[in-house]
Design a binder for this molecule. Structure first.
Ligand code: DOR
Length: 464
């Protein structure tokens, strides 16, 4: 398959584009990096033939019959680790993994070294991403200098350099006065604040969820209140300042209820949940086999919670209280994870398992496929104010497209990850649902080997 196809006709797929309410079998036509037409099969095929000039190079046809064609996924929350932690991930490896996961746009967090707290640091990431990135990278800038929680960054300067939001993710902004000021500036700049909600005085030294398993294993727990106290504070400040607040990785029933009430009150808040908080409980820390007493790959912050929390998070997703699914892709080295639970780093490598894992919820009838796609496409686009341009198959939009096989079974093998982070609690899991191809800005950035035989290069009219 030519990666630089100028014209591409994706033929006969099940097109699902929640941004336009499209759910039909049809064709999708791409030319020069943009979506030209989406819809009925016959119209598309004839437009395609008409567009081809004799001896046109790079025109291609992809047979998508039996597959789902949807807008490219947008990830509001990932850690690409570059600069500073290239042993964990680089922009090249992280965005390659993102492409395999169906993501065409990823928003990268600022907990790098140096952190993204100056326009120069943001420019560096943008330039590196334009050279090395398989997919679009949108940087998030720090709220405070050095992520130390003491002094605000030059938020206006960061906004000018193109950050799409502000966050000290990995850490909360503990000082409420600073958070209030940050919200006032972010409101005036028209950008959201994304907060990692964690009261460290409540979570300190915690390893897993505070509850049945922490008591059984004698491990220090992280209570739900550690998250909810800061969610509540942020909502109060967002109400007062009229800023746009986005809650990172909501993980508890209480957070869902707080956000629900805030939305009912008209507070400008959005929220995300991760695939792991929707599918795994605190029990998972105990390891899959009896000879494996615990699994550091299930250590994540916020921690995996309970069945009751999962039910509330899924209900929140369906009711619109939770706007988007975001990966919190947090790659770590083997050394960061091959150690005791206390020492192990928090975080899960998520890009390459996100869709397969989430499809479990669809096959179990807990959420619909269209709803899942909306939470990965148009809804996150709205959170960052890029709807209409991203997360849509509208004619004229950049050609960001993901092709899925909802029924393809596969087994997770982290050794095959493109990500440097092999830290997944899903290793060996059998998933039903796979990303088959990803087109980012008109370029085929990933195609499953089995789909290669479905593609055909065309060189001019009459060769079809
Ligand atoms: O588990 C996590 N890992 N949670 C975070 O908030 C940060 C992340 C990381 O950077 O490793």
């Amino acid at each position: 398959m030519n990666k630089e196809a100028i014209f591409l006709l994706i033929h006969g797929g099940h097109i699902i584009d929640p941004s336009q309410g499209i759910d039909q079998i049809g064709d999708l036509l791409i030319a020069e990096g943009k979506i030209v037409q989406v819809g009925d099969t016959a119209i598309q095929s004839s437009s395609f033939s008409a567009m081809l000039r004799p001896n046109e190079i790079g025109a291609q046809h992809l047979d998508a019959r039996g597959l789902v064609v949807c807008p490219g996924f947008i990830d509001l929350h990932c850690h690409l680790r570059e600069p500073g932690f290239e042993d964990k991930e680089t922009i090249a490896t992280g965005t390659k993994a993102a492409a395999i996961g169906g993501f065409t746009t990823v928003c990268c967090m600022a907990n790098t070294n140096p952190p993204l707290d100056t326009p120069a640091a943001v420019d560096w990431v943008k330039q590196k991403a334009s050279r090395d990135g398989s997919v679009a990278v949108l940087p998030i800038g720090c709220v405070t200098k050095g992520r130390k929680g003491e002094e605000l960054t030059d938020m206006a300067g960061l906004a000018t350099s193109g950050v799409l939001a502000f966050s000290d993710d990995g850490d909360p902004v503990t000082n409420s006065r600073l958070m209030r000021r940050a919200m006032e500036y972010s409101r005036d700049l028209g950008l959201p604040i994304i907060d990692h909600c964690e009261d460290k005085t409540l979570s300190e030294n915690g390893i897993i969820n505070e509850g049945r398993i922490s008591a059984k294993l004698g491990l220090k727990g992280i209570p739900a209140a550690a998250e909810e106290v800061i969610v509540a504070r942020d909502l109060i400040l967002a109400k007062q300042t009229r800023a746009r607040l986005h809650i990172s990785h909501a993980s508890t029933k209480g957070s869902v209820e707080l956000i629900r009430r805030a939305k009912e009150e008209g507070i400008s808040v959005t929220a995300e949940v991760t695939p792991h908080h929707l599918t795994l409980t605190e029990e998972r820390i105990m390891g899959k086999a009896s000879n494996e007493p615990f699994d550091t790959n299930a250590k994540v912050n916020p921690p995996l919670r309970t069945e009751e929390d999962i039910r509330a998070l899924i209900k929140g997703l369906k009711d619109g209280v939770i706007d988007a699914i975001a990966t919190d892709h947090a790659p770590h080295t083997l050394a960061d994870k091959i150690c005791g639970l206390e020492l192990a780093a928090f975080g899960i490598s998520v890009f390459e398992t996100a869709f397969g894992c989430l499809m479990g919820l669809v096959h179990e009838g807990k959420i619909g496929l269209t709803m899942l796609i909306s939470k990965l496409t148009c809804e996150p686009a709205k959170v960052i104010g890029r709807n209409g341009e991203l997360g849509t198959l509208k004619a004229g939009a950049p050609a960001n497209i993901t092709i899925l096989d909802p029924d393809r079974e596969w087994i997770v093998d982290s050794r095959n990850f493109a990500s440097k982070g092999k830290n997944t609690p899903y290793d060996g899991y059998k998933f039903k649902g796979k990303v088959m191809a990803t087109i980012a800005n008109g370029r085929m950035v990933y195609i499953d080997d089995s789909l290669l035989s479905n593609t055909l290069s065309l060189e001019g009219r009459g060769r079809r």
